[in-house]
Design a protein around this ligand. Sequence first.
Ligand code: OSB
Ligand code: MG
Length: 379
Amino acid sequence: MNIKEIKLHQLLMKMKTPFTTSFGTQQDRHITIVEAIDDTGRSGFGECVSGEDPLYSEEFMDASIIAMKKYFAPIVIHEEINHPDDVWEKFKPFKRNNMAKSAIEGAVWDLYAKQNDMTLAEAIGGKKEKVDVGVSLGLEDTDELLLEKVKEKVDEGYKRIKVKIKPGRDVEMIRRIRDRFGDIPLMVDANSAYTLDDMETLKALDEFNLMMIEQPLAAGDLIDHAKLQREIKTPVCLDESIDSYEAARGAIELGSCRIINVKVGRVGGITQSKKIHDLAAEHDIPLWCGGMLEAGVGRLHNIAITTLGNFILPGDTASSSRYWYEDIITPEVVAEDGIVEVSREPGIGSTVDFRKMEQYLQKTESITEADTVDMIFYD
Ligand code: OSB
Ligand code: MG
């Protein structure tokens, strides 16, 4: 693919409103946009979704930037890449750092699609022309405030509403949502805030006919999730636990979940996401695409992966404007009545708008062939 240079555009973006989960509150978002440039000057884009701090997972942005600069950017410049599916194998000697790997691989995927004049969705093998989307709502200080947010999003037509829960903000809060909004497609996400000691509470949620409960227990607790799934009617969906293809296999074999949330960054990129997709499809485990409060580049990658057939449930891929006053892409992602149309333009399908990006840009670092010469560990 003749990749000559990787640029890391490091942005500081501020979300319209803070987003609170059981692990913390976030409003500033440090985002790294990866630009992979070939010998003709064509660019492909990826986005690193690591959090500011290692709260959602072990990865965090400062570490991801080092990993990209030191290993993953030099590798795709130094090595011959014929297809983006090659990238995962090239990265394999270097353990974990999935979000850093995924960001570089994502830029390679977009570049590949553009080099071959196809959409990223086509390059991945996705067929859908539109995708259903839901919205994820953070914890609010009071139930009243949350009910207002739910109303706004129901009115906007999102195909399902996800609300964050934590101990003390669960059964009664959900009861109020059901009382006010009736039978809307509703699910909850605990971000690992519970243990099996909370079985009574988790069982009590069964009465609300939720689409699923996402990641109730700790990421490593596949066995406890399997125990829980046997005790409750509500389908368990795993997010944090599914940090690799192998973890997906484990969860499916153990019966730890009935639904999987795929986040491309968490599992190490599009190639790994496709593998998990095919495995889940074989086992009748429906998928949906999770979100990491992405800017436009990551959002478009998420929409592209959602065009695969087993992404059956609405994802957390809401409109750009749900998060940002101004996104970095033109056109922005727009969900109308909970549906996003997949762009027919090559690659991710929108232009990365450097004029818009300027206002958020803190620095750009460049990795070129000169930076790959001392990669002795690689021969
Ligand atoms: O658990 O799905 C999660 C945001 C950041 C980290 C983890 C999660 C989330 C969300 C929001 O739920 C998803 C989004 O709207 O991008
Ligand atoms: Mg989640």
